[in-house]
Design a binder for this molecule. Structure first.
Ligand code: CP
Length: 312
C-alpha cells in the first residue's frame, strides 16, 4: 500500500501481517536498547491540526526508535494561522521531500484529500468522524494478545458511536476479522446508517454486555456534537458508564478497553479503569507505539522494496 488512510481498504491478511510485525516491535520496545535503523535516512513530518497526547507522542517515538528524522509541525504557530490552506501547507512541506507524513485533522476526508497532493506516504492519525486506523490496529493487537485470537469474539463497543472515528475504524477491522459486534448506547448517539455494518444494537448496558469477551468504552465527543443533544454527564454515567456492576454481565474474563482520553465518572468508573485485572488501557497505549512502528516500517518497505530485519 502507498498510504494508511483507513481500515476500509485493508484486507484480513494485511491486518494480520501488520499485527505480526507489531508484535516484534513490542519485543524491541521492551528491550533496554529500543533502537533500529529501519527508517534511517527517511524524514517523517507529524502534522496535528487537532489536539492529541497518545497518537502524537507514539508516532514521534515510533519514528525516532526506527531511526527516522522526525519533525513535529507546531500547527498553532504555522502559516495556517495566516490563512494558508491545508493543501498549500501540505504541498509546501512536500517540496522538502519528506518520506512519511502523519496527519490528524478535525474534518472527515481531509487526510485523504491531502494524500492525493503529495508524493510521500501519508498516515491518517484521525480525521473528524471518519477513521483512526492506527487506533483500531492497536486495539486489535491488544485484543489478540489478551484473548489469544482476533476472530469469533463477542465485542461490545459502548457510548458515543455516532461521533467516533475510533468506533468506525474498529467496526470495520473487527468485522473483517469475523467477530460478533454489539453497539451499546443511546439512540441519539448511534449513527443513522448503522444497518450497513451488520451489528446488533442495544440501548441497555446490562442486556448488551451479556457474555461479551471485550468491552470497548468511548468518550462523549462533545466537540463534534455541533450544538446537537448533549446528555447530562450524571444521567449518562448512571445509564451508560461502565462500573463493576454493569461489567458483571460480561464474561468473567472480559477485558475493558478505552482509547483515551477518558473522562472518569462519565463513561467509565475510575477504579475500574485502573484495575489491572480487567482493564487493558495501559496495554493499548503500549501497543500504540509498536503498531505505528509497524505501519511506518511497512509503508517504507513498500516504497523501497528492500526489507530489513527488525530484531537483530
Ligand atoms: N486515542 C487517541 O487518539 O488519543 P489522543 O487524542 O490523545 O491521540
Amino acid at each position: 500500500a502507498k498510504h494508511l488512510l483507513g481500515i476500509e481498504h485493508l484486507g484480513p491478511d494485511e491486518i494480520t501481517t501488520l499485527l505480526d510485525l507489531a508484535d516484534q516491535y513490542v519485543t524491541l520496545n521492551r528491550q533496554p536498547n529500543k533502537h533500529s535503523d529501519v527508517l534511517a535516512g527517511l524524514t517523517q513530518i507529524n502534522m496535528f491540526f487537532e489536539n492529541s497526547t497518545r497518537t502524537q507522542a507514539s508516532f514521534e517515538l515510533a519514528g525516532k526508535r526506527l531511526g527516522a528524522d522526525v519533525m513535529n509541525m507546531a500547527m498553532q504557530a504555522s502559516s495556517v494561522k495566516k490563512g494558508e490552506t491545508l493543501i498549500d501547507t501540505a504541498m509546501t512541506l512536500n517540496a522538502m521531500h519528506p518520506d512519511l507524513l502523519v496527519v490528524r485533522h478535525p474534518h472527515s476526508g481531509a487526510v485523504n484529500l491531502l494524500a492525493e497532493k503529495v508524493n510521500c506516504a501519508v498516515l491518517n492519525a484521525g480525521d473528524g468522524k471518519h477513521e483512526h486506523p492506527t487506533q483500531a490496529l492497536l486495539d486489535a493487537l491488544t485484543i489478540r494478545r489478551a484473548k489469544g485470537r482476533l476472530h469469533r469474539l463477542n465485542i461490545a463497543i459502548c457510548g458515543d458511536i455516532a461521533h467516533s472515528r475510533v468506533a468506525r475504524s474498529n467496526l470495520l477491522l473487527l468485522g473483517k476479522m469475523e467477530n460478533r459486534i454489539r453497539l451499546i448506547g443511546p439512540s441519539t448517539l448511534m449513527p443513522s446508517q448503522i444497518g450497513e455494518f451488520g451489528v446488533e444494537v442495544y440501548d441497555d448496558m446490562r442486556q448488551g454486555l451479556q457474555g461479551v469477551d471485550v468491552v470497548m468504552m468511548l468518550r462523549l465527543q462533545k466537540e463534534r456534537m455541533d450544538g446537537g443533544f448533549i446528555p447530562s454527564e450524571r444521567e449518562y454515567y448512571h445509564r451508560y458508564g461502565l462500573d463493576a456492576a454493569k461489567l458483571s454481565y460480561a464474561a468473567a474474563d472480559a477485558i475493558v478497553m478505552h482509547p483515551g482520553p477518558m473522562n472518569r465518572g462519565v463513561e467509565i468508573d475510575g477504579t475500574l479503569a485502573d484495575d489491572i485485572n480487567r482493564s487493558v488501557i495501559q496495554e493499548q497505549v503500549e501497543m500504540g507505539v509498536a503498531v505505528r512502528m509497524a505501519a511506518m516500517d511497512l509503508l517504507a518497505r513498500s516504497r523501497t522494496a528492500t526489507p530489513r530485519e527488525v530484531l537483530t
